[in-house]
Design a protein around this ligand. Structure first.
Ligand SMILES: Nc1nc2c(ncn2[C@@H]2O[C@H](COP(=O)(O)OP(=O)(O)OP(=O)(O)O)[C@@H](O)[C@H]2O)c(=O)[nH]1
Ligand SMILES: [Mg+2]
Length: 280
């Protein structure tokens, strides 16, 4: 059987490095995507949370539905601090103060920023440090090494995003829509986009996204929608047929980077896949 999960060597190495570092750390800041705070949780952090305090940052707040973010904060704020942030626009002043308040008397606070790929870990680190030190980008797997950065009373570790190779296929598919896992490894962009359309449509969330491209929502098979989208965006091959792989890619790229507007994919307590579960 072919591998269905993207889990390159640097993730395994990064996970081992972080486990070794654990005893030196005072605190972990886990970053998740505010559009899917359940599916973007990092299993590694749950295991570390047994021995270290964890603060939670829901990044990409600007790409999530505000009322849903409020529900998530209430749900997740049980015994830990939760911060929803737009790391592109906001300075995390409140979080910075909360971190400084936890500094041990005799030395700096040693903390690690952890989470799955592409959620905004390096962006948060740069915002805390106050300048662009760590590489940031929309490609999952950009940070490959565990590295330390100093900023005033903080000593911060940036780390590569680590996925759970044993997570449910449904979770990995959602991660591919968000740009946290590679769709090309999970059966391609067309398949991922069809699942995406099905999932959002079942929740009444797809129509508003299409407005951006002035495409009307219709009650039709997802394949037809992807075809219409491909025509509208000019994703055509010789002879005029639609390149569905390319149109799937354009749809998912636009969604993951927030060009289609703010959408939260999950609510606390959602039956994640319900009757729209992918069949594979
Ligand atoms: N709109 C928006 N984009 C963000 C936010 N935070 C991060 N991004 C974008 O998300 C992408 C990933 O950010 P990174 O900081 O590189 O993510 P990472 O978690 O370090 O990723 P890896 O190193 O690949 O694990 C970049 O394109 C950022 O510009 C945010 O709050 N809002
Ligand atoms: Mg990074």
């Amino acid at each position: 059987m072919g591998r269905t999960v993207w889990y390159p060597g640097h993730m395994a190495r990064g996970g081992r490095k972080l486990a070794e570092l654990l005893e030196k750390l005072d605190l972990i800041v886990e970053v998740r995507d505010a559009r899917a705070p359940f599916s973007t949780s990092a299993p590694l952090v749950s295991s570390f949370a047994r021995t270290k305090p964890v603060m939670l940052v829901l990044a990409k707040k600007d790409l999530a539905a505000p009322e849903r973010t409020r529900l998530w904060i209430r749900e997740l704020e049980r015994g830990r601090e939760v911060w929803a942030l737009d790391l592109r626009k906001e300075r995390p002043t409140g979080l910075r103060k909360a971190l400084s308040a936890r500094k041990p008397g005799h030395r700096e606070l040693r903390m690690a920023v952890m989470g799955i790929p592409n959620v905004g870990k390096s962006m948060l680190l740069n915002a805390l440090v106050g300048k662009a030190q760590a590489r940031v980008g929309g490609i999952p797997g950009l940070t490959r090494e565990v590295s330390w950065y100093r900023s005033g009373d903080l000593l911060i570790v940036d780390s590569p995003g680590i996925l759970d190779p044993h997570a449910e296929p449904g979770v990995h598919r959602m991660l591919s829509w968000l740009g946290c896992a590679k769709a090309e490894v999970l059966g391609g962009f067309e398949a991922a986009a069809l699942d995406f359309i099905r999932f959002l449509r079942a929740r009444g969330l797809f129509g508003p996204l299409l407005k951006k491209w002035e495409i009307e929502e219709r009650d039709e098979p997802e394949e037809w929608t992807l075809e219409r989208l491909g025509r509208r965006l000019g994703c055509l091959v010789a002879g005029g047929a639609v390149d569905r792989e390319l149109s799937g890619r354009r749809l998912l790229d636009a969604f993951s980077s927030g060009k289609l507007g703010a959408v939260t994919l999950e609510l606390p307590g959602d039956p994640l896949w319900g009757d729209t579960s992918p069949s594979s």
